[in-house]
Design a protein around this ligand. Structure first.
Ligand code: 1CP
Length: 343
């Protein structure tokens, strides 16, 4: 059997047309997702229900034939597995109990105590590895330590990650210890996803862009190095995609520094710039503006062609620059895929 296209791109192969998948491809823009989510009751019940989580992961594969499926779960399951309270407020987003002191940190569980809580996620991965079409790559994932820490410290999503920056400057020892705990738990979590059948793992550092100067190295680059080193020592054949979102100049050399096989690029930088400065070191993933999934039309076609053209001389996995939004039109996704595959 020929190797799956995503795995070939991750090894550095330049393909005639780039393989494609989409961040948040299982999500609220799809009526079938909304139906299954309603059946599950709420978002977290969906994440912890292997049968239904498997179903929503497969929905975009059936509808569009993407080249990869991403495990349906959330980056905030790790805080919950470590003992934080987690709930979702409809129309607002996640809420967590907060960690703001050494005492709070001490009350959390250890890195090896997360697996009972996360067992349903591993079961979902196992089912997916059996259910997916043979040409489809299964991607596991986790949040990067900094991004996960921003939610654990603030207790919710924040525009500027203020509470995390504040703890970092006022109690650096506690902040660093929290980063270390999340880093170590993430290694064990991703290792278990690989054991269950994940063929690639992706590390989402959605808020990497708010770390500046030495902080970017200490809290975005270094934890990523540690995670990738540990995973590669156990699973040398499993590729890793890193997504230091909005890192800007920080994207340059990120793959070399961290050992990532691919860097995912957001849409705040141009594909031409990323081709010249990031793709020279290996595979890149990205970076169509997700707004095109809402607005569609000729502008979508042209922007899609521009991304394909910019990255065509090197290894590339086509994707959006961030997740598709609930107001997107499923027809626009089909148009994007058709445009990419036409070459
Ligand atoms: O159905 C719903 O109402 C829930 C919406 C939703 C979904 C579909 C959330 C809540 N999470 C998810 C799934 C999810 N989250 C996946 C599944 C796979 C896929 O991509 O299809 C993945 C990979 C994530 C990752 C995730 N969760 C990130 C990193 C990527 C990113 O978007 O930047 C982050 C920051 C989260 C936290 C989170 N979970 C959900 C929301 C609304 C948020 C953002 C909260 C905020 O910052 O305000």
């Amino acid at each position: 059997m020929t190797e799956k296209t995503i795995l070939r791109a991750l090894k550095g192969e330049v393909l005639p047309t780039p393989p494609i998948w989409m961040m948040r491809q299982a999500g609220r823009y799809l009526p079938e997702y909304r139906a299954t989510r309603a059946q599950a009751g709420d978002f977290l019940s969906l994440c912890y229900n292997p049968e239904l989580a498997c179903e929503v992961t497969l929905q975009p594969i059936r509808r569009y034939g993407f080249d990869a499926a991403i495990l349906f779960a959330d980056i905030l399951l790790i805080p919950q597995a470590l003992g934080a309270d987690l709930w979702f407020v409809t129309g607002e987003g996640p809420r967590l109990s907060t960690i703001t002191s050494a005492e709070g940190l001490k009350a959390l569980k250890g890195k090896d105590d997360i697996h009972t809580h996360l067992a349903p996620v591993y079961e979902t991965v196992k089912r997916l590895s059996e259910a997916l079409p043979r040409e489809t790559t299964l991607i596991g994932f986790a949040g990067a330590p900094w991004t996960v820490a921003t939610y654990m410290i603030a207790g919710q999503g924040t525009k500027d990650q203020g509470p995390a920056h504040l703890l970092k400057s006022e109690d650096r020892a506690t902040f660093s210890a929290l980063i270390d705990l999340i880093t170590d738990a993430t290694i064990e979590y991703l290792a278990m996803q690989i054991e269950a059948g994940a063929e690639v793992v992706k590390i989402f550092d959605s808020w990497a862009g708010s770390l500046k100067g030495a902080d970017f190295d200490e809290f975005a680059v270094q934890p990523t190095i540690k995670i990738i080193k540990a995973l590669k020592s156990r699973y040398p054949h499993i590729p890793v995609i890193a997504f230091p979102r909005e890192a800007g100049a920080g994207y340059v050399g990120f793959a070399k520094k961290t050992g990532a096989d691919c860097v995912a690029i957001d849409n705040s930088i141009s594909a031409q710039w990323a081709a010249a400065n990031v793709q020279k070191d290996g595979c890149v993933q990205g970076n169509l503006d997700p707004r095109h999934m809402v607005t569609g039309g000729e502008a979508l076609v042209e922007a899609t062609q521009e991304v394909v053209r910019a990255f065509k001389n090197g290894p590339h996995i086509f994707n959006l620059g961030h997740g598709i939004t609930p107001d997107a039109d499923p027809e626009n996704v089909a148009l994007m895929i058709e445009t990419v595959r036409k070459g």
